[in-house]
Design a protein around this ligand. Structure first.
Ligand SMILES: Cc1cc2nc3c(=O)[nH]c(=O)nc-3n(C[C@H](O)[C@H](O)[C@H](O)COP(=O)(O)OP(=O)(O)OC[C@H]3O[C@@H](n4cnc5c(N)ncnc54)[C@H](O)[C@@H]3O)c2cc1C
Length: 445
């Protein structure tokens, strides 16, 4: 278990249990805690709380939860040898570290190795066999398959074959000591961690905000987003469960093969509109991000952008920047722009920035950095270091969409941006109460 940290609606766990039942053998779940670049201690604390719940849930089903820390390949190999495992099941992650780990294990392990995509509703390699060009090409493929995959998963059962080997596991207290070496950034994460909390959060979102989601989710001063990304990122809830619950609640099938109509002020959207808007974000956009990272190995680099954008950014490389900030100024929200500072303050205080501001925040980093490369590097650093949902394909794609026109089309040529879509504060002000947003997040000076 790595990316999908849950007991329920976990197809990797279900596949492993199904084989263990067939072979009449015990089933073990192994989780390896390791330090990942640019993540903060608060993110690990959130994760460990979730793992604590998982460990108890699994124990009550006669499935031991083995926790290790440090070098993953060695730890996994040792456990596989110790229990004389017949098969190993990994949950799927398109990012390079996870993929190379499962490949290395597959090449040295004498049993069978499987990778199960339980993060996406449609497994990445089934949704498409190539890097998709844009959301509209992905949408068509997702819509063709969605109905076949929005199926209620089986339930994990009490495992009848008792483990005969007591595999050494570190305690949660030891795991906490291990993460104590990771730098804290003083982030106050408001989401309550764990599978149960995730389910409760979903329930209240559906009841209280689904009806207004289509209209209001972009409103920076009145946050009506789902708030699901911390849970989806750590796999404490599956996007399949979210989709099944919204479909059940609205008692209507999602709108397929038509662009979702995004509500505008004056409309009175329904829960049905909310469901369609949510599925557009959580299935089309999110699964497009996994598609990109799966088929494009340079997923954190300018090189992965479309040719028109790379050429046009290169043409504007020497344009004079009105402002140029360095990483420490970004990090401490010390720019001339109060909206940008508010966004960065929201991020560093709470570990989550409003989704609409994320686009503005990244685009301004492109505008006020010496080079696009430096902008991408600093933006990834800030997003992964502070955001609870960072270190995720959605983040790398969101940053490349904002900065190098990924999945987007050319716009009008302008300074620094070239043909990459531009955003300015005036646009924010026309739509939302920017002053209220600034008051919320900028300290009184
Ligand atoms: C520069 C930039 C950086 C981003 N970094 C991240 C990140 O690190 N992690 C992350 O999960 N998302 C990231 N996003 C995408 C999006 O902003 C967040 O998913 C969203 O704000 C999370 O809050 P929510 O769950 O309340 O969103 P909601 O609007 O309620 O969306 C529900 C879910 O849909 C998915 N989703 C929504 N918008 C997008 C999108 N544009 N692309 C892909 N999936 C989407 C997410 O899983 C999200 O949890 C980034 C976007 C940009 C422009």
């Amino acid at each position: 278990m790595a990316r999908d940290q849950r007991v329920h609606d976990n197809h990797a766990l279900l596949a492993a249990q199904s084989e263990a039942l067939e072979q009449q053998v015990p089933l073990y779940v192994l989780f390896n805690v390791k330090v990942v670049k640019n993540r903060s201690r608060e993110h690990y604390e959130f994760m460990l709380k979730g793992l604590e719940e998982i460990s108890l849930e699994l124990k009550s089903r006669n499935i031991p939860f083995v926790l290790k820390s440090g070098e993953a390949q060695q730890n996994i190999t040792n456990v596989l040898n110790e229990i004389n495992a017949g098969s190993v099941y990994f949950d799927f992650n398109p990012l390079s570290g996870s993929r190379s780990l499962s490949k290395k294990i597959a090449s040295s392990f004498k049993g069978s190795t499987f990778v199960v995509d339980t993060h996406n509703i449609i497994p990445t390699w089934i949704a498409s066999d190539k890097q998709e060009f844009a959301a509209h090409t992905m949408r068509r493929k997702v819509h063709l398959l969605l109905e076949n995959y929005t199926l209620e998963p089986a339930k994990i059962t009490n495992h009848p074959f008792t483990p005969n080997i007591d595999v050494e596991s570190i305690t949660l207290a030891q795991a906490r000591q291990f993460i104590a070496t990771i730098q804290s950034k003083g982030i106050s994460i408001t989401a309550i961690p764990g599978e149960k909390a995730a389910a409760k959060h979903l329930e209240s979102f559906i009841r209280e905000r689904l009806a207004t989601y289509a209209l209001k989710r972009n409103d920076i001063a009145d946050d009506q987003q789902s708030g699901l990304s911390p849970y989806l990122h750590f796999g404490q809830i599956s996007s399949l469960r979210v989709a099944l619950e919204v479909i059940k609640y609205t008692d209507q099938q999602p709108l397929l093969f038509q662009a979702v109509k995004l509500a505008s002020p004056g409309d009175s959207p329904s829960e049905y509109d909310g469901m369609n808007a949510l599925l557009e974000e959580m299935v089309v956009r999110k699964e497009l991000a996994d598609n990109f990272c799966f088929y494009q190995k340079n997923y954190t680099s300018l090189d992965a952008g479309p040719t028109w954008a790379k050429q046009s950014l290169a043409l504007h490389k020497s344009d004079v920047r009105e402002f140029v900030y360095q990483r420490a100024q970004w990090e401490n929200a010390q720019t001339h722009d109060l909206s940008w500072n508010a966004a960065q303050n929201q991020l560093r205080k709470t570990g989550k920035m409003h989704g609409y501001m994320r686009m503005y925040w990244a685009k301004k980093m492109l505008e006020w950095s010496q080079t696009p490369e430096a902008a991408i590097e600093d933006c990834i650093y800030l997003n992964d270091t502070y955001s609870i949902d960072g270190g995720d394909p959605n983040g790398y794609v969101g940053i490349l969409w904002s900065m190098v026109g990924l999945h987007d089309r050319p716009w009008f040529e302008r300074q620094v941006f070239g043909k990459v879509r531009y955003m300015n504060e005036g646009g924010l002000m026309r739509k939302y109460d920017v002053a209220a947003y600034q008051r919320m997040w900028n300290d009184e000076e």
